[in-house]
Design a binder for this molecule. Structure first.
Ligand SMILES: O[C@H]1[C@H](O)[C@@H](O)[C@H](O)[C@@H](O)[C@H]1O
Ligand SMILES: [Fe+2]
Ligand SMILES: [Fe+2]
Length: 334
């Protein structure tokens, strides 16, 4: 498994400010050491091709139809209030991970494996690129993330641990699909996310299906700014409800020691309209601009590690348990 890194990040990633994000097919698909990212998913199509005829196309489009009709400003407010209480279950991060054994994500054109596989594949992807404990050969990517994300001191090893953990944690919020979490429908848990309370940007997957969303024709919510203002900051923007914002709330309320950029990555990793299409920039503040650079790097690991490769869960478990211990209490409120 190899991961593509934008060339601009290859020398001390902080240069990323000047980076222009190119459409994916124009990107440099090569890492420093010449590894190439897979160009096709496990069904033989390019990644995130929502129109390609495949065994998943119809199901994914139906998913977005219900998602786009039902994710309204009022719905999101209610869900945040309800799930933000975290009064359902007490469990550890690893217990949560194991629950995802049962879960398959209907929004995903690239993967139909249980989510536990995806979590571990994503986090293991970096191990494939950096297989030994000799971190000295790490590329600029790691140096960049290291200098930016780690408030704990000057240790590259710590940075790598953080990255591994973060990649593992991105999708844990999908437990919302399970009975003890109220068995939310897929449209309220997975798929790309986007702001509600202002116009839905055209770059959002299957945008046409928003026409039946009541907010689409509500003048309070259907203008460029809607209920928001220039540069108000994403923290003040309500996002469609799903596993991203939920996991952010879980992490924050349980007093994680993850740095704030890591929380940003968890919270907005499905916001492709922002991190791929550069929409909604007018709502960002300076902190969002900084954090976005890192989100773009992490997204590549999340997306391009999707494959049919099996991970031996028991074998990797001890390593992840040691990471979890670093960033979270033994039991968390969910
Ligand atoms: O189908 C996928 C999947 O649900 C991911 O977990 C999410 O982060 C993506 O944005 C979405 O498109
Ligand atoms: Fe996700
Ligand atoms: Fe993911």
């Amino acid at each position: 498994m190899t991961i593509l890194i934008h060339e601009q990040y290859s020398e001390f990633g902080v240069e990323a400010e000047e980076t222009k994000v190119l459409p994916i097919d124009e990107e440099e698909l090569v890492l420093d050491n010449g590894f190439v990212v897979p160009q096709i998913n496990s069904f033989g199509h390019t990644f995130r091709d929502y129109d390609a005829e495949s065994q998943r196309q119809e199901g994914v489009e139906n998913f977005y139809l219900t998602n786009h009709i039902n994710q309204t400003y009022d719905f999101v407010k209610k869900m945040r209030e309800k799930y933000g209480k975290l009064d359902r279950v007490e469990m550890s991060i690893w217990e949560c991970c194991e629950l995802l054994n049962e879960v398959v994500d209907e929004s995903d054109p690239d993967l139909d494996e249980p989510q536990i596989e995806h979590l571990l594949q994503t986090a293991e992807a970096i191990r494939k690129d950096y297989p030994t404990e000799d971190w000295l050969h790490l590329t600029g990517l790691i140096h960049g993330i290291f200098s930016f994300l780690i408030p704990y001191g000057n240790e590259v090893l710590e940075a790598v641990k953080l990255i591994r953990f973060l990649l593992f944690a991105l999708d844990l919020g999908k437990v919302l699909l399970l009975p003890s979490f109220g068995e939310l429908p897929q449209w309220a848990v997975v798929g790309d996310t986007y702001p509600v309370g202002c116009a839905f940007d055209e770059s959002i997957v299957h945008h046409k299906h928003f026409k039946e969303n009541p907010d689409y024709s509500n003048p309070a919510y259907n203008t460029e700014y809607g209920v928001y203002s220039e540069g108000c900051g994403l923290n003040n923007v309500l996002m469609s409800w799903g596993h991203d914002d939920y996991m952010y709330l879980v992490a924050k309320e349980n007093k994680t020691t993850l740095p704030s950029a890591a929380l940003f990555i968890i919270r907005y990793h499905s916001f492709y309209a922002l991190h791929r299409s550069r929409a909604y920039k007018h709502l960002m503040n300076q902190e969002d601009v900084e954090n976005l650079k890192w989100l773009q790097i992490f997204n590549k690991y999340d997306l391009y590690s999707k494959s049919k490769v099996r991970v031996d869960v028991e074998k990797v478990k001890p390593y992840y348990l040691s990471l979890i211990e670093k960033y979270f209490p033994v039991k968390l409120k969910w």
